[in-house]
Design a protein around this ligand. Structure first.
Ligand SMILES: O=c1[nH]c(=O)c2nc[nH]c2[nH]1
Ligand SMILES: [Zn+2]
Length: 453
C-alpha cells in the first residue's frame, strides 16, 4: 500500500499540560506519514518528503490539523431537542428530554435520530465519543448499526433505569442484564464499537439495577462504565434520600462495584472531598460538560479540586443538555467558567483546551495507546480546521503571531463551518462541501496557517 504523507500545520498534546509545561507539540509545515490508517513517521515536511519519496502527498496547507476530538459525554436520543433552555435538570428531564427519549421506541424514528446524531459528531470533527444510548434495546442496536456505517469510534450502551422517569423508560434488573448481555455479545469490540454499561443515574436506578450492571461488568471485564454524578443540588439531595445506607452519591456506584479505570462520571459539579479521593483511588474520569452546566444552571465545575485530588478530567458536550456538538465551543466554555471562578478557577491555556478535547478523552476511555495525539503508532484520527475564505477566523489566523494565538483563535471562533475534513483510522469520515475553503487558493495566495510570517 502506498503511504500518504499529509502536509499540514499540525498541533497535538501527547502529554498533559497540567503536568508538563512542554505538552503542546507544533509543526508549522509538518508531515505525517500514514500507512494502513496508522501514523508511521512524523516531522517537518521537507525532511519527511526526502525520507519517503514514495509517499503520495496530500496537501492540507491553508488550515490547522488537530487530532480528532473526543467527546466523553453525549446523548444520542437528545440531538433533536438541543436548546431546551430555561429549566433546571429535573424539570428539564421531565418536560423536555424524557418525552423525546420515549419516541425512540419507534424504530424508524430511532434510526433517523441516530443518523442526525452521528452526522452532528463527525461534521464537528469528533472522531470518538462515549455515547449515552437509548433506554430501548432496539434503538441501541440501530445506533451501533448506523455508527458502523459512519466509521466513527463509539463507546455506547443501553441506558437502564427502573424508577422516577416515565413507565415506558423503565426496565427490570433481569431485563437490564439480559438485554445488555445480548448487545454486548453483538457489538462490544466489533469494528470500532465498544460497550459501556450505562445506568442513567442513581436517582432513577434501584440497587437491583446497579447490581445487574455490576453483573455485566464482572462477566465482561473490558467494558466501560458511565453515568451521571453530582450535577444538580436537588438531584444530589434526592439521591441522598433514596440511598440512606450510602455515604454519598459516589458511594451508590462504588458499593455496587461499578467504579474503575474505565469509569466516566458526567458533571461532578457538587462532588465532596471524600468522593474526589475515591474517584482518584478508582482512577475514574470526570466528564466536564461546561455548556450543559451553564444551560441548566447546574453550577461551576471545580476543576482545581479535581486536579488537586488527582482525578482525571476530560470534556463532554452533553448534547442535548449541552448546546451542540462542537468541542471547540465546549473548550471555550470550560475556559470561561474557570475564569469566572476567580482564584478558585484554573487558568486554562489553549494547550489545555486542546488536551481536554483530545488526549484527555483518549485517556478517559483507556484508548490513549491508540488515539488522542499524532505520535508514531497512533491511528490517524484527525480534523482539519480550515476556515472559509473571507471568514473572520481566516483573518485572525492570518495575523496570529504565535501558534498559541492560533490555537486560542480556533477555540474562540471556530465552528462547524471551519471543519473541512475528518479522518478516523485513515478513513475519511467527513468532507465539507467545497466552494469556500482557502485550500482552493493557489499556494502563493495562501498565508501561513499557524503564524503570520
Ligand atoms: O445532563 C443530564 N442529562 C441527562 O439526560 C440526564 N439524565 C440524568 N441526569 C442527566 N443529566
Ligand atoms: Zn448527560
Amino acid at each position: 500500500m502506498t503511504p500518504t504523507l499529509y502536509r499540514a500545520a499540525f498541533m497535538h498534546t501527547p502529554s498533559s499540560p497540567f503536568t508538563d509545561a512542554d505538552a503542546l507539540h507544533i509543526q508549522q509545515d509538518g508531515g505525517l506519514l500514514v500507512n494502513g490508517g496508522v501514523i508511521v513517521d512524523t516531522g517537518d515536511f521537507a525532511s519527511m518528503k526526502t525520507a519517503h519519496p514514495e509517499a503520495q502527498v496530500s496537501d492540507l496547507k491553508g488550515g490547522v490539523l488537530l487530532p480528532g476530538f473526543i467527546d466523553t459525554h453525549v446523548h444520542y436520543p437528545q440531538v433533536r431537542m438541543i436548546g431546551g433552555l430555561g429549566r433546571p435538570l429535573l424539570e428539564w428531564l421531565e418536560h423536555v428530554t424524557l418525552p423525546e427519549e420515549a419516541r425512540l421506541q419507534d424504530h424508524t424514528y430511532a434510526r433517523a435520530v441516530a443518523k442526525d446524531f452521528l452526522h452532528g459528531l463527525r461534521c464537528n470533527g469528533t472522531t470518538t465519543a462515549l455515547v449515552f444510548g437509548s433506554h430501548f434495546k432496539e434503538a441501541v442496536d440501530i445506533f451501533f448499526e448506523e455508527a458502523a456505517g459512519t466509521g466513527l469510534r463509539t463507546v455506547a450502551g443501553q441506558v437502564v433505569s427502573d424508577r422516577m422517569l416515565r413507565p415506558e423508560l423503565h426496565t427490570t434488573p433481569e431485563l437490564a442484564y439480559s438485554e445488555g448481555k445480548a448487545l454486548i455479545e453483538k457489538w462490544n469490540g466489533k469494528g470500532r464499537a465498544r460497550y459501556a454499561v450505562t445506568p442513567r443515574f442513581s436517582l432513577s436506578a434501584s440497587e437491583g439495577i446497579l447490581d445487574a450492571c455490576a453483573a455485566l461488568m464482572n462477566e465482561y471485564p473490558d467494558l466501560h462504565f458511565t453515568s451521571h454524578i453530582n450535577e444538580n443540588v436537588r438531584e444530589v439531595q434526592t439521591v441522598r434520600e433514596l440511598f440512606p445506607g450510602s455515604l454519598d452519591y459516589l458511594d451508590t456506584y462504588d458499593r455496587a462495584g461499578l467504579l474503575g479505570r474505565r469509569s466516566v462520571l458526567a458533571h461532578s459539579v457538587h462532588t465532596s472531598g471524600r468522593e474526589l479521593g475515591q474517584m482518584a483511588a478508582h482512577s475514574c474520569t470526570a466528564a466536564h460538560c461546561p455548556c450543559s452546566n451553564s444551560a441548566l444552571g447546574s453550577g461551576l465545575f471545580p476543576l482545581k479540586k479535581h486536579l488537586n485530588a488527582g482525578v482525571h478530567v476530560a470534556l463532554g458536550t452533553d448534547v442535548g443538555g449541552g448546546t451542540g456538538f462542537s468541542m471547540l465551543k465546549e473548550g471555550l466554555q470550560a475556559y470561561f467558567m474557570q475564569q469566572l471562578l476567580g482564584d478558585d478557577g484554573v487558568s486554562l491555556t489553549p494547550a489545555h483546551l486542546l488536551y481536554l478535547s483530545t488526549r484527555a478523552g483518549a485517556e478517559a476511555l483507556d484508548m490513549h495507546d491508540h488515539i488522542g495525539d499524532f505520535s508514531v503508532g497512533k491511528a490517524f484520527d484527525a480534523v482539519w480546521l480550515n476556515p472559509p475564505e473571507g471568514s473572520t477566523l481566516q483573518a485572525i489566523l492570518g495575523h496570529a503571531e504565535s501558534p498559541s494565538e492560533t490555537l486560542a483563535a480556533l477555540y474562540a471562533n471556530g465552528t462547524q463551518a471551519d471543519v473541512a475534513q475528518v479522518w478516523v483510522g485513515g478513513d475519511e469520515v467527513y468532507a465539507r462541501a467545497e466552494g469556500a475553503s482557502s485550500s482552493q487558493l493557489t499556494p502563493a495566495q495562501r498565508q501561513s496557517p499557524v503564524m503570520a510570517s
